[in-house]
Design a protein around this ligand. Sequence first.
Ligand code: ADP
Ligand code: MG
Ligand code: MG
Length: 469
Amino acid sequence: MGVSNERGLIVSWDDDVTVDERARATEAVAHAVAHGCVIGDRENVGGYAHAPVSCAPTVFPRRAYELARAVSPRFAELYDAVSRDDAFMRNALKGAIKNDAFTAALWRVYEESGGQAGRPRAEVGVLRSDYMLDAPSGLPLQVEVNTVSTSFMALATKVSAMHRHLARWSAKGGEAVDLSGVPENEALQCAGDILAAGWKAGGSKGKIMMVVQPHERNMFDQRHISQYIFEKYGVHTVRATLAEINAEGELRDETLTFQGDDIGLVYFRAGYTPTDYPTDGEWAARLMIEKSNALKSPSAAMHLAGSKKIQQKLAEPGVLETFMPEHAEEMRRVFAGLYSLDGEDAIKTVELALSNPAGFVLKPQREGGGNNLYSDELRARLEQGGDLSEYILMQRILPPAHQTLTVREGDVKKIETLSELGIYGSYLRVGDEVVINKHGGHLLRTKAASSDEGGVAAGYAVLDSPLLV
Ligand code: ADP
Ligand code: MG
Ligand code: MG
């Protein structure tokens, strides 16, 4: 391991990192910091650090990327349609509502705010549909669709720009470089544009409110979006935690106000996980937001529609087809095997999983990474028995491995990795009319092959971009 004398750029590297790779990593970090691909420092409160990144894009088949990109807007439409079908959601989620306190609490917010009748006319979606390349079939198989608090639109955009820069930078002779394999990434702009469009659809009222976690480290990813919105549209975004909203938010008639300002649109970058609700006060804030006439990205209904259980239910024969008769066939191409642990199906599903625990993932109704069970843990949970309806079982997708030069907190490592492609979507429905539904940029998250989960913030993964071949 060596030690750098370049302050603030790379700090250390493994023995197998070459001089050229060290120079590349240094250039990557310099570009990342200079262009705002930055997160809060893990150790020092008030400090900043470059985001964990790969120092070159990772190979991803163009055909799989194109299919994922083509099919993703259909999923935005699908999940919005599901969110508007009270009976379907009620039935699909009943086991999860019974056995999972978080799903139950979110369902209560939906009901107490008036269910479907209580929803504003418009739904504003910043979604991300995630895929892993299934090595045997060459197809991108969908891991999940995120309908709430999708992140990294800004940092992904910066990483794509950084990789394009590095491609030119490393052409030693100064020759022209073909960048068609490293697509430009407009995720930041798409997120800002759709939120602004939503704010306008809500009557151009007051400010946008971004609901954030206390002690957020990914604030630059979020603030890039609010700065973009302010610069392009002149709209202010106020940041608030659920606790702050509980203390300083109010409903005047049906208008949500915070610290005296009217709020036209609420954009959630928090509120997706039980730890975001340490007391009843946070749930009271969520309910107040939901009862208000502010548009929400997402509504509680759309948040619930993004549940793992709904994903599994849609995979059952004929179900997707009722929602998306014209597109179901194409959409099913990206479905991985999904199995119910509800009711009578549970016995068969448990048998299937125990016959090959390494071939499956056991998923509770959670978001944000780090919640799934694999192999031995999966076996242990299934053998323990009891009511398993808060879980679903999913085929384990096996993507091809790559060697990746990564840099995290200034430490350069070459590791064996697996990647997950995220396709962002911008979605706006007003009344029954889908006004905007389009591809909204992309993200590749690349994690150590040895890690089951792939959280960038959790420290398992780096931000990356696809090299289309
Ligand atoms: P979350 O909503 O918490 O992000 P995910 O379903 O995306 O839940 O699972 C988290 C991570 O676990 C994924 O990013 C991926 O790395 C891994 N994972 C999830 N499902 C599968 C699967 N079917 N096959 C392989 N890995 C998976
Ligand atoms: Mg998720
Ligand atoms: Mg995920």
